[in-house]
Design a protein around this ligand. Structure first.
Ligand code: NAD
Length: 487
């Protein structure tokens, strides 16, 4: 049985920023606190950077770029593989630190990414063609330069591992800014890579979005931006990138549909529902927060879901029995409660839950009951991203109706379909305009499965070799191999 003290022992009391291969205080000398959502206690102090810190990080990155961009793919692949080994060796630390700052139960995921992109790096071939008049055309993949990366709070270590390796593999230098709610995972990654990467190749700045984050968007030295976060902020990122004419990739919010037909095994359906929306207290971009259930078995499904929700042990991450932790912070809890209230006012039925949890440790963190809402696809709770353990159950009768309702939403990030009829599963998977669909499983993400959004869920893909293209530009070189030179 772990304790709070044990879990916290993996976190340093203070973190500086990582710029130009050195650990430095913010130029302004200020710090901010990172708290544990499970009990509200301060986990660590972090350097509170601003525009000046971003500026020195960008300068350090450009200083490192001429040499780093000329390294061979093999040299970069060797380094990425060494980082993967270090991640594995430090798995316990990473898993606990991630759980403590996010408040979600323990899972780690990171070394795969470095190994995957080490492979991509070695196979990121260009092109060569012989054309008319004995011309040879060579197309090279070249790095973009210094890239800015900004991430959301809900998977700090995982997100850093999604963004950093493809950018490095393609030969870029990075200025990375994690969310101020959960900066620790990225800083631990920086600690691991500090001796492996030349100074300035990876820089991690921490500080408020209004200064530090905005400065990454505005700085003329940032030549590409990769962003993970809400659609609202994503629009600001895209606008800033457009003003500078730089490429942006955007991994944004979702309101995904998880569709259950009446031929499924109820146990599998419950595992699917859990993966879709209760895991991580629903704080997952790909969450299947709209649950479409065929009317012919709706009552049985609802009953099984309520029975499952009753068994969930909600508590702090260091307790072994805990299945689900709190939500990230009080403001987010209040937002979820507001949505539940809006649902109630618009006529939704709260079939289970609906309240914050109180008493004991619950009073110290932001804990909420798993909440099952029964509603319709046009309600606010079914249209907007809530980011909580709050599925909206919606009845459907026919396959066509399920597809139409799933598509009737501005987001298009993910989705799932459960049925034993493979033809139906494929028709539904193809019919929904969304970046990822899972059939008889949910939220399974591995390197090699491209992840990213349609519609308001963004553009660009992560977790796949195609991500290398987002961090590369194409150089065409034409060589005249003919001795005959027309006048
Ligand atoms: P958010 O949009 O509030 O913030 C995302 C990041 O942007 C944070 O680091 C924040 O500090 C920063 N930021 C905010 N304003 C900025 C500005 N003006 N300039 C620069 N940076 C700025 O999102 P969040 O609350 O951190 O995360 C939750 C959201 O992220 C949800 O919508 C979720 O669906 C989405 N998300 C998407 C994915 C994906 O892969 N599609 C993954 C995880 C989370």
């Amino acid at each position: 049985m772990a304790t709070y003290e044990y879990a916290k022992s993996f976190i340093d009391p203070e973190y500086k920023m990582f710029i130009d291969g050195k650990w430095v205080d913010a130029i302004g000398g200020e710090t901010f606190d990172v708290t544990c959502p499970c009990n509200g206690e301060v986990l660590a102090k972090c350097a509170k950077g601003d525009e000046r810190d971003v500026d020195r990080a960008v300068k350090a990155a450009w200083k490192a770029w001429p040499e780093w961009s000329q390294t061979t793919p093999m040299e970069r692949a060797v380094i990425l593989n060494k980082i993967a080994d270090l991640i594995d060796e430090n798995e316990e630390k990473i898993v606990w630190a991630n759980s403590m700052e996010v408040g979600t139960t323990r899972f780690a995921w990171g070394s795969d990414s470095f190994r995957y992109y080490a492979g991509c790096c070695l196979t990121n071939d260009g092109l060569a063609n012989v054309t008319e008049n004995h011309r040879v055309n060579i197309v090279l993949n070249e790095p973009i330069g210094v890239v800015g990366q900004i991430s959301a709070w809900n998977g700090p270590f995982i997100m850093a591992c999604m963004k950093i390796p493809p950018a490095l593999a393609a030969g870029n230098c990075i200025v990375y800014r994690p969310s101020s709610h959960t900066p620790i995972g990225t800083l631990i990654l920086a600690q691991l890579v500090a001796d492996l990467l030349p100074p300035g190749v990876l820089n991690v700045v921490t500080g408020p979005s209004s200064t530090c984050g905005q400065a990454i968007l505005d700085h003329p030295g940032i030549h590409k931006v990769s962003f993970t976060g809400s659609t609202e902020t994503g629009i600001k990122v895209a606008t800033a990138a457009a003003k500078k004419l730089i490429p942006a990739t955007l991994e944004l919010g979702g309101k995904s549909a998880c569709i259950f037909f009446d031929d499924v095994d109820m146990n599998n359906a419950m595992i699917g529902l859990n993966m879709a929306i209760f895991m991580m207290s629903g704080q997952m971009c790909a969450a299947g927060s709209r649950v479409f259930i065929q009317d012919t078995f709706y009552d049985k499904f609802l009953e099984a879901s309520i029975q499952m929700a009753k068994t969930f042990k909600i508590g702090p991450v260091w307790e072994d029995e805990t299945l689900t932790g709190p939500v990230i912070y009080e403001e987010q809890l209040q937002k979820i409660l507001r949505y539940i209230d809006i649902g109630r006012k618009e006529g939704a039925n709260i079939a289970y839950g609906g309240h914050r949890l109180t008493g004991g440790i619950y009073d110290k963190g932001s804990y909420i009951e798993p909440t099952i809402l029964e509603g319709t696809n046009d309600m606010t709770i079914a249209r907007e991203e809530i980011f909580g353990p709050t599925p909206v159950f919606i009845k459907f009768h026919t396959e066509e109706e399920a597809i139409a309702m799933a598509n009737d939403n501005s987001y298009g990030l993910a989705g799932g379909v459960y049925t034993r009829d493979i033809n139906k599963a494929l028709r539904v998977a193809r019919g929904i305009r969304t970046g990822s669909m899972w059939v008889n499983c949910y939220a399974e993400m591995f390197y090699g499965y491209p992840f990213g959004g349609y519609k308001n869920s963004g553009y660009g893909r992560e977790m796949h070799k195609m991500t290398m293209d987002h961090y590369s530009q194409k150089k065409s070189i034409v060589i005249n191999t003919s001795d005959y030179m027309p006048i």
